[in-house]
Design a protein around this ligand. Structure first.
Ligand code: SAM
Length: 133
């Protein structure tokens, strides 16, 4: 099994445990949301969205923003979809983004990129889908 498959297996097993259940990352979600609102983002994607914790936070704070998520773990995708029926959640690899270029005006990636075997490929992808600053 390669590193990416091991990562997927690991996160499939953790989709229901609530990775952020103690709110460890809430301050980061708050700061990211403030930046997105400041830049008047309208169509946002969270890469490595996990079980949708950040997207749920963002949606509660700014329901006018259209939200999308992408995750490599099918179980995480399933949890996100259950949690956020209003969001478009896609199963896929951040290193080979299965979405069109320049489709979003906001991109976040929270506690996920360090799990990618080739993060430089994901950075190229993030650039191609463009973060307005
Ligand atoms: C520590 S969790 C963080 C989840 C979420 N961002 C949050 O704030 O709760 C890392 C997530 O990255 C996802 N991930 C790992 N490798 C990935 C890849 N190559 N492409 C997309 N997602 C990936 C995992 O499946 C997992 O859901």
């Amino acid at each position: 099994m390669d590193d990416k498959a091991k990562s997927r297996q690991y996160f499939n097993g953790h989709s229901s445990t609530g990775i952020n259940r103690n709110g460890y990352w809430s301050h980061d979600y708050k700061a990211t949301t403030a930046v997105l609102l400041d830049h008047k983002v309208t169509n946002h994607i969270d890469i490595g969205c996990g079980n949708g914790a950040f997207l749920a936070y963002l949606h509660a704070a700014a329901p006018e923003i259209t939200i999308h998520g992408l995750d490599y773990s099918a179980e995480m995708v399933s949890r996100s979809r259950e949690r956020l029926s209003c969001a478009d959640i896609v199963e896929g690899d951040a290193e080979k983004m299965p979405l069109p270029d320049e489709a979003f005006d906001g991109v976040s990636c929270h506690m996920s990129i360090h799990h990618y075997p080739h993060p430089e490929k994901a950075l190229i992808v993030f650039r191609s889908i463009q973060l307005r600053m």
